[in-house]
Design a protein around this ligand. Structure first.
Ligand code: NAI
Length: 248
């Protein structure tokens, strides 16, 4: 499969979970794939190996996406080694849930920094690269709760709503340069982030989903592949929900 042949993709926070599934799917479509995570330990190295097993170049970089300087440094290193960046997926994200009454400033700040400022950091760093190339596809990982809101997740929902506004603004600002920007709003996806939820909570979620199941990281990776590839060459400024019909 060669939908992404000749392209270089950068996925943040991709040692595991949805980011990893995206990295592997991109590699299976022929892209060279670079990813970041807080540390590149055995998990990250295993991801790098799995990418390389598709016969493409792959490399994991330890980098805190929330840090402006680190994001710029890693983008500089990637351009030096890989020559270009065609696809950026702003995937790194965390939750620090709590009701407003009990939410600390630290909970608010950390979620906004990791989930939203990280995307600013990377978009800021890759914009000159993509402008020079006269093209690129930027994908922000949002969430259905960024559209609908969620009790107990004010910080997370606000960060994800921000990811949608950021993608739409970049689409308008950089469309004339051939750069597209879209958001994906996943629903309930089964990963480490959601593994901690009790079976009762998971069953309750599934009941509310028209397709009657939680999503897989691969479900999200398929949407990302569409947005990364030239199949979506006339799609920009959009939010694609990948939620089994939950947010309909
Ligand atoms: P995960 O927790 O399994 O993976 C997130 C990855 O990001 C981890 O490898 C983690 O080390 C990395 N990371 C965290 N902070 C980072 C930082 N400052 N710099 C670099 N890397 C960092 O999470 P999952 O489920 O794979 O989520 C991926 C994205 O999808 C997140 O943005 C999340 O908010 C979003 N999402 C997930 C949903 C779900 O149901 N799992 C639903 C909707 C959105």
């Amino acid at each position: 499969m060669t939908l992404l042949k000749g392209k270089v993709a950068l996925v943040t926070g991709a040692a595991r979970g949805i980011g990893k599934a995206i990295a592997l799917k991109f590699a299976s479509e022929g892209a060279d794939v670079v990813f970041t995570d807080l540390v590149i330990d055995e998990t990250g190295l295993a991801t790098q190996k799995e990418i390389e097993n598709f016969g493409v170049k792959g490399k994991g970089y330890a980098s805190n996406a929330a840090n402006f300087e680190e994001a710029h440094k890693v983008v500089g290193e990637i351009v030096k080694e890989f020559g270009r960046i065609d696809i950026l997926v702003n995937n790194a994200g965390i939750t620090r849930d709590g009701l407003m009454m009990r939410m600390t400033e630290q909970q608010w700040d950390s979620v906004i920094q990791v989930n939203l400022k990280s995307a600013f950091n990377f978009i800021h760093a890759v914009t000159p690269v993509m402008m020079k190339q006269k093209g690129g596809s930027i994908i922000n990982m949002a969430s259905v709760v960024g559209v609908s809101g969620n009790a107990g997740q004010a910080n997370y929902a606000a960060s994800k709503a921000g990811m949608i506004g950021l993608a739409k603004s970049i689409a308008k600002e950089l469309g004339s340069r051939g750069i597209r920007a879209n958001a994906i709003a996943p629903g309930f996806i089964i990963t480490d982030m959601t593994a901690g939820l009790s079976e009762d909570v998971k069953a309750e979620w599934a009941k509310q989903i028209p397709l009657r199941r939680g999503g897989t990281p691969e479900d999200v990776a398929n949407v990302a592949t569409f947005l990364a590839s030239d199949l979506s060459s006339y799609v920009t400024g959009q939010t694609i929900h990948c939620c089994g019909g939950m947010n309909t």
